[in-house]
Design a protein around this ligand. Structure first.
Ligand SMILES: [Zn+2]
Ligand SMILES: [Zn+2]
Length: 368
């Protein structure tokens, strides 16, 4: 495919057309690369040149037209776990922001209603998600509201920066528990990115953490968690008797993990559910009532969670780098399959960059 260079009004070289990974209809797996016009930032918006985009479980659910994603537009460019650089600003945005390296707040609210002003934009009735509700970042460029980006440290390599969204989800999930978890036994089920990162946040808060991993399938995720120093449990039935479980974070979306959690928690314990389920799991409500168990859903994040996540990624970037497997945008099919089969922990897609300096720094960045 031929792409044509356009005349840019600002310093960075900006294309007129770009490649984008588009979900084309409601049909299962009806996706493909398309050549689209590079969008123009509207008032209050910025144009971001994409450096890297992580693939998320929700992208896979959307691609497969799974139940619970009917609200999505029929046609949309996917991608929300992104990192990039501001290359153009719309009206009412300070042009000095051009060059800032940013990550999008993928899920965000209207920022005007009572819920948003109280600090919970993830619960806003008008909330939406980049790359699911409107065109996203699995493209060489994307536009977003300027108040919806979070500036990151230049030292953070792109592939690791793409983890900030799942890291913020994990920080928010752990934040549903007591801040001081010292001496608490916390079990996390599901060794995906959110599960592993939840373990790190809970351990940092002083908890004694165990990560329950499935017995079947590739063990890549369990092995990586162990390299990070996380205690792993190979199959839920092997969870050692030990002290009572004070809290459980369910990050797998598997019914067995959910019911196992209800059966394993101490009386008065807390179950935090961060995973979404393809089918509603059965719940032993009497056990919950008699044990005074607390169950709490957790969704998205706040700006404070992004700060917490950013700090973790900056401090841990060398250790977290092997968590990511990178793919070119043209190889999106391989990235999707690897994610579906849990063969990788996090597939990160790197759209080809045309801005020479950005291209060079991104390449160096990702070759670590
Ligand atoms: Zn995500
Ligand atoms: Zn709102």
């Amino acid at each position: 495919m031929m792409l044509h260079l356009g005349v840019a009004s600002t310093d960075p070289i900006i294309l007129e057309q770009m490649h984008a990974l588009v979900k084309k209809s409601r049909d299962r797996r009806d996706i493909g690369l398309e050549v689209l016009s590079v969008p123009s930032p509207g008032p209050g918006q910025v144009l971001i040149e994409t450096e890297a985009v992580g693939l998320c479980g929700s992208d896979i659910h959307a691609i497969n037209g799974q139940v619970g994603y009917e609200w999505m537009p029929e046609r949309v460019t996917l991608g929300h776990e992104a990192v990039g650089r501001i290359v153009r600003t719309g009206s009412n945005v300070d042009p000095a922001r051009i060059g800032n390296r940013v990550v999008p707040m993928a899920i965000d609210g209207c920022l005007e209603c009572e819920t948003c002003l109280s600090g919970a934009p993830q619960l806003c009735l008008e909330r939406d998600c980049l790359g699911l509700s409107f065109d996203g970042a699995l493209a060489q460029y994307f536009v977003l509201d300027a108040d919806r980006v979070f500036v990151i440290d230049n030292s953070l390599r792109a592939s690791v920066a793409a983890l900030i969204e799942p890291a913020a989800v994990a920080a928010h999930a752990v934040g549903q528990l007591a801040v001081n978890l010292r001496g608490h036994r916390v079990v996390v089920s599901g060794p995906g990115a959110v599960g592993i990162l939840s373990c790190l946040f809970a351990a940092a808060a002083g908890a004694d953490v165990e990560l329950v991993c499935p017995e079947v399938g590739p063990q890549t995720r369990r092995e990586f968690a162990e390299q990070l120093g996380i205690k792993t449990v190979y199959g839920q039935r092997r969870l050692a008797a030990g002290p009572p479980v004070d809290a459980w974070i369910e990050a797998s979306g598997a019914e067995a993990a959910f019911s196992g959690a209800v059966g394993s928690l101490r009386r008065g314990g807390t179950l935090v559910v961060v995973a979404l389920f393809a089918r509603a799991p059965a719940l032993d409500i009497n056990q919950m009532v008699r044990g005074e168990l607390r169950m709490c859903g957790t969704y998205g994040y706040t700006r404070a969670d992004y700060s917490t996540a950013h700090k973790l990624l900056v401090g841990w970037q060398d250790r977290l780098a092997p968590m990511v497997s990178t793919y070119q945008l043209a190889d999106f099919d391989a990235a999707i399959s690897a994610t579906e089969q849990a063969a990788v922990i996090k597939a990160v897609v790197v759209p080809e960059s045309t801005n020479k300096t950005i291209a060079r720094s991104t390449k160096d960045d990702l070759s670590h």
